[in-house]
Design a protein around this ligand. Structure first.
Ligand SMILES: Cc1cc2nc3c(=O)[nH]c(=O)nc-3n(C[C@H](O)[C@H](O)[C@H](O)COP(=O)(O)OP(=O)(O)OC[C@H]3O[C@@H](n4cnc5c(N)ncnc54)[C@H](O)[C@@H]3O)c2cc1C
Length: 299
């Protein structure tokens, strides 16, 4: 099937984008077209207008300051995957990017498109929920910021208003000093280029990586494809914080995550299996993040 007819617009500034969103009825934003194209080809979406964001240069790029990392909505998965600066300061994001689909999707797909799509299996929504990211949204009325954790409301339903664009995402760096922090994004997949059965994002900050058993100061755990939204699991984080890592704590993390998730069953993975695997992958993400936090002191 082919998409239904639509009018095509290619503005060159964010201001022009939001003015189009304000003035047009039934308009859809187009980013890398890796998801929207499939939906439109199947006529599950038949917008009257497509607003292509590829002409808006200001929406692409990664800015790292001492305080925060900001990533423009049109930054591709490939750019994030290959960013040396991100690998240094927030390595969870390149690790999440490199596991998305295959190179063709990663070359064109964007972080804004992934957040706009709002699939609970998506890599960035979960990584950003773990890292405490904030979304910068703009409409003709002005700008507002929304924490990632408040943005995802229900299955593929978000706080984004019809006349708004996601302009950028930012992540504060204060909680993640590079010499004491480890991060990991781990996935269970049936095949390399498919969506994950379940994924886990884990981050650990320790007090002194030179110690044989450093205390965990901060732990963050979020799960993908394990609920109808990206799911952070604060109860599991609380088990880890204030103590050195132990096998018993890791087992408790796995149990809490398994109890907390509410996954949908799939053809190859029923709910019980996904819940069990979610616990195991949360544990793996934390174990790896902890190893990396200790190694961070040597880098
Ligand atoms: C085979 C395959 C496997 C995949 N596997 C994974 C995976 O494992 N993990 C994963 O995370 N993703 C996966 N994806 C999805 C991939 O990441 C897509 O690139 C992404 O979800 C959509 O990005 P896009 O830039 O192509 O957006 P588009 O397809 O252009 O748009 C998607 C939606 O977002 C909206 N949108 C786009 N930009 C904005 C914006 N700036 N503000 C507001 N709304 C916006 C659009 O209106 C549309 O509704 C997979 C895709 C494919 C085809």
């Amino acid at each position: 099937m082919k998409p239904a007819a639509f009018d095509y617009h290619r503005p060159e500034t964010v201001q022009a984008v939001v003015e189009l969103l304000e003035s047009l009825d039934d308009a859809e934003l187009l980013a890398g077209n890796q998801s929207l194209g499939i939906v439109m080809a199947n006529r599950l979406a038949t917008p009257d207008h497509l607003i292509d964001l590829s002409g808006v240069d200001s929406l692409s790029g990664i800015t790292v300051t001492d305080a925060a990392v900001e990533i423009g909505a049109m930054t591709t998965h490939r750019t994030i995957e290959r960013s040396d600066r991100l690998a240094e300061v927030l390595p969870m994001l390149p690790e999440a990017a490199e596991q998305i689909a295959g190179p063709a999707v990663r070359n064109k797909g964007t972080i804004g498109g992934s957040i706009g799509e709002a699939d609970p299996a998506g890599n960035y929504p979960t990584a950003l929920a773990a890292l405490g990211g904030t979304l910068h949204l703009r409409s003709a009325e002005g700008e507002r910021t929304v924490p990632v954790e408040d943005y995802f409301i229900a299955y593929m339903f978000t706080d984004l208003r019809e006349n708004e664009i996601i302009e950028a995402v930012s992540i504060p760096r204060e909680a993640y000093p590079v010499d004491r922090t480890g991060m990991a994004f781990v996935e269970l997949k049936r095949a390399a280029q498919t969506w994950p059965t379940v994924s886990a994002a884990g981050a650990i900050r320790v007090d002194d990586p030179g110690e044989s058993e450093p205390t965990i100061e901060t732990a963050r755990i979020a799960m993908a494809n394990a609920a109808d939204i990206p799911l952070r699991v604060p109860d599991a984080e609380a088990v880890l914080e204030g103590e050195p890592l132990s096998a018993a704590a890791l087992d408790e993390v796995a149990d809490i995550v398994t109890e907390s998730v509410t996954p949908e069953g799939e053809m190859h993975a029923d709910r019980e299996y996904k819940a069990e695997v979610a616990g195991e992958y949360a544990k793996r993400s934390i174990r790896t993040a902890h190893e990396r936090a200790i190694d961070a002191a040597d880098d």
